[in-house]
Ligand binder design. Sequence first.
Ligand code: GDP
Ligand code: MG
Length: 301
Amino acid sequence: MNPIPEEDETSIITEESIRIEKKQSKNNIEDNKDSYANNNNENSLIQSENNINKSNITEEINNNINININQKKNHLNNNKKNIKKVIKKVEYKIILLGEFNVGKSSIIAQFVDNNYQKIEKQKNCKNKCKSIAVDSETVAKLELYDSSGEEKFNKTLPNQFYKDAYGAIIVYDITNKESFNKIKFWINEIISKCPSDTIILIIGNKTDIKERVVSYDEGNLLAQKYQIEYFETSAKTGNNITLIFEKLLFEIIKKQNQNETKSFINERSSQRKSVKLTEKKNNLNRENNNENNNPKSKCKC
Ligand code: GDP
Ligand code: MG
């Protein structure tokens, strides 16, 4: 038999002790609850503070991004405005004249497309364009008018072809005397059908061919006779092709500036005349008014 254990005072479980214990644990739970709640509040406070901080930061970042985007947009718009402001486009009609087969279409093809071989497909091409920068603010668009082969059948070109031309390039072939002899005819055509200030150039083409029948001096002398500038080119190699169009453009702009200055001076002098006239009128009116308003004025004494 097992001995009955001696009852320990501390181990005696009484109703009272259970009650006390219950109360204590109840208090503990309440305490825990409080501290849990406090902790929770603190945590949530920290969390919400964090959240507030986070949302502040996000807001700030968003604001910064928006400011950046707006700044960039403004910058872009300003640039666009500046580009629109800066670039000025001017258009000039240029006509190419001369006998059949001298190389007019080849010159245009070489200038516009840097391609001499493409000429067969581009025969009788009309109205090709190329833009050249005049300076940082101006771009000139050259509209190049080629004949449609009328010259082959000795047909005259329509008046519309000459109309409003700023520049005219007369081309002849240095290996073909007949084309050279026809230059005078083309000059007369331009003088009678183009605007009076059309700039003319004379071009001796096909310099890449050794067997020439017209010398440089012959061509130059004829041009000098008409006070026209003379150049020699090769549409095949591209020699001097860009140069002649740049030269023509330069002369056109120079002429335009001269014309503008002239019209400005005329305008000013006509303004000065009209000022003098109105001054005279005003003086007259003043005299009349004096006479009418002041009866004494009639008095001669
Ligand atoms: P267009 O009738 O005045 O328009 O003359 P084209 O441009 O059609 O040229 C007539 C022929 O001359 C073509 O066979 C061209 O290949 C040739 N040609 C044009 N320019 C030159 C050149 O500078 N040098 C040589 N060797 N041939 C050229
Ligand atoms: Mg042609």
